[in-house]
Ligand binder design. Structure first.
Ligand SMILES: [Fe+2]
Length: 262
């Protein structure tokens, strides 16, 4: 108990005072102390309740923290360059890796060596440098826009090898609700980047609101459409639950990377 608690007690201390003219006996002293304890307990509990109410963020505030750290920057890559990347990707079909698991289905091409030990396809060095340079400029903008302090992020960082991904409009390809860090290896990731390489009426990235016992709601916290040249940035950790929806009528293409702790 601190002095502040005692001050509150003394404000209306009449609750435990002896009646005027009452003789001070052992019995009256015990009764007085009992009252003092009850009032003191009550005051401390009330004070705790008030403080808890003040310091606990409302649900809306918590949602805002998640969505405030998701940023979309339009027209980062121009249309011609997006078309060129898709064209080259399609010409190197033999090098595509098909990923198909319970929650995800798409084809991808590594265009840069990955720090997870995957070798990038040959001949993409110039494009990789160009893309990483654009993403690095965006990273600086994101830090500023999100009002992130210098000490919150590492001075040195690395880029995960770039990948181009293609989701066919076949009602199979999609990336269901997931997060981007699930193990120690992936925990080096601290920021997700990807650029949509074509417009698609489906294929949006959605961040669903989740509630009690992890039940997923249909309501979206953040919706990012597949817009040619737009880049989305967000933290890859577990609170940023997201999904890549099925594309409609034509394939969806993205080029993706992450920032890593080193
Ligand atoms: Fe993801």
């Amino acid at each position: 108990m601190d002095d502040e608690d005692l001050e509150i007690i003394m404000e209306d201390g009449d609750d435990f005072a002896l009646d005027e003219g009452e003789p001070v006996t052992t019995k009256s002293k015990t009764s007085c102390m009992k009252n003092l304890k009850i009032v003191l307990k009550d005051k401390v509990e009330n004070k705790t309740k008030i403080e808890t109410k003040k310091s606990t963020p409302r649900k809306k505030d918590t949602d805002d923290i998640i969505s405030n750290l998701i940023k979309v920057y339009p027209n980062v890559l121009d249309d011609e360059y997006c078309d060129y990347l898709i064209d080259r990707f399609e010409k190197e079909k033999d090098l595509h890796h098909k990923i198909s698991t319970e929650r995800r289905s798409f084809a991808q091409l590594h265009i840069m060596d990955s720090n997870f030990g995957v070798k990038g396809a040959d001949g993409w060095t110039e494009d990789s440098e160009k893309l990483i340079s654009s993403f690095d400029d965006l990273f600086k903008k994101y830090v500023k826009d999100c009002k992130i302090d210098k000490f919150q992020l590492p001075e040195k960082y690395a880029w995960e090898g770039l990948r181009i991904k293609k989701y066919e409009a076949n009602k199979i390809d999609e990336f269901q609700n997931h997060v981007d860090v699930l193990d120690h290896d992936a925990a080096r990731r601290f920021l997700t980047f990807f650029c949509y390489l074509d417009n698609n009426s489906g294929g949006a990235t959605d961040f669903p609101v989740y509630g009690w016992r992890g039940k997923l709601h249909k309501k979206m916290l953040f919706h990012s459409p597949s817009k040619k040249g737009s880049v989305i940035l967000f933290p890859p950790m577990w609170p940023w639950l997201h999904r890549g929806n099925r594309p409609k009528r034509k394939p969806k293409y993205i080029v993706q990377t992450y920032l890593h702790y080193v």
